[in-house]
Write a protein of this length. Sequence first.
Length: 499
Amino acid sequence: MSLLKRLGSSPAPQPQDSASNQPSAASKPVAPPPPANTPQEPIAREQPTDLPPPAAHLSEQTVSATPSDAAATDKLLELSLWIADRIQASLGSQTQLKPLPETERLLQERFAKIYHQANTRLPDSQVKQLFALVYDEMTGFGPIQQLLNEDTVSEVMVNGPDKVYIEQKGKLKLSSVQFANDDHVLKVIDRIIRPLGRRIDRKWPMVDARLPDGSRVNAIIPPCAIDGSTITIRKFSKNKLKVDDLIRFGSLTPEMAEFLRACVVSRLNIVVAGGTGSGKTTLLNVLSNFIPDDERIVTIEDSAELQLAQDHVVRLEAKPAELDGTGRVAIRDLVINSLRMRPERVVIGECRGGETLDMLQAMNTGHDGSLTTLHANTPRDAIARMETMSMMAGMDMPIEVIREQIASAVDLIVQQTRLEDGQRKISYITEVQGMEGNTVVLQDIFKLEILGKTPEGKLNCELRPTGVRPRFTPRLEARGFKLAANIFGAQIPGQRGRW
Ligand SMILES: Nc1ncnc2c1ncn2[C@@H]1O[C@H](COP(=O)(O)OP(=O)(O)O)[C@@H](O)[C@H]1O
Ligand SMILES: [Mg+2]
């Protein structure tokens, strides 16, 4: 049974200024709804001239406008739902419209008719806004569609009907977008997940899904979401940052980039560590793109985010359980399966649990050149996390054995950090050298030094080599990478690192 309450037979909501409107000469008795129609059917009727193309309302200005005259916006929203409902009724309830030019023409025409029937007169600018709302309601995800269309917005967070937050250019802010009420939020959730064959209801009030464009959606509704239905959409960024972008932002130096390229090509096992949102996946993507073109790559992710330029890539994605609780395919299952797929490289989006042990074993048994990320704040912390997560595999292995596996499997830890001023940088590139007694020996090769703070609160940092050459240098040299000494900090006047 659907949770959604239709806005059905209510009279047209009247926007604030409509009371002063004279009944329109154009208003006619309500025509019977035309037979169910599909948007593909040719529609050869006159076009209203005052309606904008839907794209006209998708500006950054709308997205970031501060909420003003909220009452008028509310009324407009209600009217848009009333009109959308009637248009939907005229098309047949099963008709799903797609945002295509022919749909736009169809909607413009029906909108004009029903708008006249609503017996209300609005200024032109508001009519345009109203049509945009109807268009988004019928072809997209309602009020948040404009946010999803806006390239500068990376996340959309609906905290109940009245608060829609966005992340725009790395900053979190409240948008001017609102829903009519909680039912409206539920209606949009339903529209998002229904085509994906997913469901949400009071019994199991949460859902995690991936949209066809790659964006991730999580929805959680009452009773678990206490203050109203909540949607979180992490938009799929079509343009992942490239190594040159990261160099330009100062996240790493050209020398560090070339060092990392040499490490990837030379099949070192590399772990990217960092906090949430520190840029781990972005860096993993950059590193994975260093893998030579002729190698078979298997990627394993919870939700597919990696964008590899190579041809020979097999992408695997974990799968949540079915409604009856069975059928879950975890990252761990995929790691085990990937080893039977003749991979030359296994790239694991993120290790969060027992799969860590399988990954270490793979790295130690001929699948070198593997790459992954994990949540840790320092390279030393990354080792501790790998120990804990390996124990989650439930193999009853003594900690010393696990530690030895880590020390022999992992060659390099690259620590990604989001600094307090918002900059994202590589803070350490650290070699895992082996065991000494009971301890994993780590040696920093590059390190971020914080030199001070500007009056505006921006940190002055420098990425520096520590002066130590990695012990695995012969492996890089065997692949033809001749490392100039000054890359690692040796001062040789007049000589720059060349590869
Ligand atoms: N070095 C960087 N400089 C600036 N922005 C970055 C950098 N790395 C990542 N980002 C941005 O930060 C956000 C989070 O990055 P992501 O790689 O998904 O982080 P994580 O995987 O650690 O959660 C993304 O919007 C991404 O584009
Ligand atoms: Mg990530």
